[in-house]
Design a protein around this ligand. Structure first.
Ligand code: FE2
Length: 341
């Protein structure tokens, strides 16, 4: 860093003796330091410090009302530990005990009275340079953190895109339009919102729900696309799309993938415990309970290879009928609120 930028640094002088203050100001003027402020009443140190935000403090130790130790104590208490603010202590008393105590309170260097102007300037320069390096490092760290955040966001965005395409791939296996998964995602998001879940969770559910049937990729066409009723064996195999889907999504690092795994596994669970793997009530994750309603409603109201589309009113009636049995009553209430809208 160039010394010219050092001379614009903000320096706060705290000394009860005006003669000392004048002397220091004179030394600073000589070296073209333009940004300094001085106070002789140390009781004003804290408010001035907060308002002025100095780069360096020149601090007398022996002062009436509030000595230098107390000033340091006050200042350090309201300063984040990550900030490097040098304090240059001015003292006529340089006993080892005083030095130790000042260092313990956060002093960075000492100047003994009477002042040697050359020494004053050299010590000020040294501390200002160190401060500048700290600030530079802090800026670099912030930049680096920002970059990491951007890369993480990018990575998450990429993951969302891949997952959306994966959901679509699964969807094309049993629905030409590929729209069922997206509708289930949207409805699930709306139900989650009506339940008053936090916005971030609503968004995650909306994005993860379309993957509920991703395990169907591994189900043979003969079963998946069979127009008639499935045999018991076929149905057992069909049921494995939940565990298969969860397996495909397992081990994810990001919350979206983790939620997709949870939904894939639990979207066929029933509130009364009569679902695929026998979870019941609150032990079924809320996302699974939500997608369960959205999925059944969508399956009922749209045509599938093995069934006609139900009229909307019949589908709603069916969902209501299953409230407290197949579905969580609270989720059904939220669903009805969404439908009414
Ligand atoms: Fe399913």
């Amino acid at each position: 860093m160039l010394d010219t930028s050092l001379t614009a640094s903000r320096i706060l002088i705290i000394d009860d003796q005006s003669s000392n203050v004048l002397l220091l100001e004179g030394i600073l003027d000589e070296e073209d330091y333009t940004g300094y402020r001085s106070i002789t009443d140390s009781r004003h140190a804290l408010p001035i410090f907060l308002e002025y935000q100095p780069d360096l403090i020149l601090l007398d130790l022996q002062m009436p009302f509030m000595d230098g130790f107390e000033v340091m104590h006050q200042l350090r208490a309201c300063m984040p530990s990550s900030i490097f603010l040098p304090i240059l202590v001015l003292t006529a008393d340089i006993t080892p005990e005083t030095k130790r105590q000042a260092l313990a309170e956060g002093a960075n260097d000492f100047l003994t009275k009477p002042f040697d102007p050359m020494e004053v300037i050299l010590r000020i320069k040294n501390l200002l340079r160190t401060r500048a390096l700290h600030l530079q490092l802090q800026d670099q760290n912030q930049l680096l953190e920002q970059k990491v955040r951007e890369r993480t966001a990018e990575l998450e965005e990429t993951q969302v895109e891949i997952l959306e395409r994966l959901a679509l791939a699964a969807e094309y296996r049993d629905d030409d339009t590929g729209e069922h998964t997206q509708r289930v995602g949207r409805t699930s998001g709306l139900i989650a919102q009506a339940l008053g879940l936090p916005e971030a969770q609503v968004e995650l559910i909306r994005r993860a729900a379309p993957l509920h049937d991703v395990g169907k990729i591994a189900i043979p066409d003969a079963i998946l696309l069979k127009p008639g009723k499935l045999t018991v064996e076929e149905f057992e195999l069909m049921k494995t799309h939940t565990t298969l889907g969860a397996k495909m999504m397992s081990g994810g690092r990001f919350p979206l993938l983790q939620l997709a795994e949870e939904i894939a596994l639990t979207h066929h669970e029933h509130w009364d415990g009569a679902g695929y793997i026998g979870l019941r009530g609150e032990s079924i994750p809320i996302a699974g309970r939500i997608v369960s309603v959205a999925d059944v409603f969508d399956a009922l109201t749209y045509i599938r290879p093995y069934k006609k589309a139900w009229p909307l009113s019949d589908a709603i009636e069916e969902i209501q009928r299953q409230s407290g049995r197949q579905f969580d009553a609270r989720v059904v209430e939220a669903f009805l609120a969404v439908i009414r809208r």
